[in-house]
Write a protein that binds this ligand. Structure first.
Ligand code: FES
Length: 154
C-alpha cells in the first residue's frame, strides 16, 4: 500500500483538514484496483496513514459488497438475485452457473479463472436478469447467453 501514498496525498489535498474519514472509501477502492483485494496489511496501513479508527475502515469494507477481502478469479461473475431478476429467472441462472463452473456463490474455480458471486440489485431491473462480468453488465440473460459469454473468454 505504501507505493500508493503519493496518490493518496493528491486525494487528501482535495478534502478539508479533519475529514480524513472521507478518504477511507476512495483509498480502499484504489488499493483494490492495485492488489485485487484489500488485505489485512492494507487496513493496518490505511489506519496508520489516515489516523482513523480501524472500525471505520472495517465498516466501509463490510458495507460495500464491491470491496473484497480475498483474491478472486480472473473473471468475476456476479449475478443479481434481487426481486426483478428473481422474477425473471435469476435463481435458475445461478443454479446453471453453479453447475457450469462447479462452484457455489462466493467460491473460485480451482484453476483461478472464475469467481461466482450473487449480489443485490445492480440497478438495471428493467433488463433483468442481469449478470456482471468483471466491470461489464450483461442484461436479459439466460443460460444460453451465459454459456456464449463465458465460452468466449480466455
Ligand atoms: S433486481 Fe436485478 S438489477 Fe435490479
Amino acid at each position: 500500500m505504501r507505493h500508493l501514498i503519493p496518490e493518496f496525498e493528491k486525494m487528501k489535498a482535495r478534502y478539508p483538514a479533519g475529514f480524513e474519514s472521507s478518504l477511507v472509501l476512495p483509498c480502499l477502492r484504489r488499493i483494490q484496483d492495485d492488489r485485487g483485494f484489500v488485505a489485512d496489511s492494507d487496513i493496518d496501513g490505511l489506519v496508520a496513514y489516515l489516523g482513523v479508527p480501524r472500525v471505520q475502515v472495517e465498516e466501509v469494507l463490510s458495507f460495500y459488497t464491491q470491496l473484497r477481502r480475498k483474491p478472486i478469479g480472473r473473471w468475476h461473475v456476479q449475478t443479481c438475485r434481487n426481486v426483478s431478476c428473481s422474477m425473471r429467472g435469476a435463481e435458475r441462472l445461478i443454479d446453471h452457473l453453479r453447475k457450469k463452473l462447479g462452484v457455489a456463490p462466493g467460491e473460485t474455480t480451482a484453476d483461478g479463472r472464475f469467481t461466482l458471486s450473487t449480489v443485490e440489485c445492480l440497478g438495471s431491473c428493467g433488463t433483468a436478469p442481469v449478470v456482471m462480468l468483471n466491470d461489464a453488465y450483461h442484461e436479459n440473460m439466460s443460460a444460453e447467453k451465459v454459456d456464449a459469454l463465458l465460452g468466449g473468454l480466455e
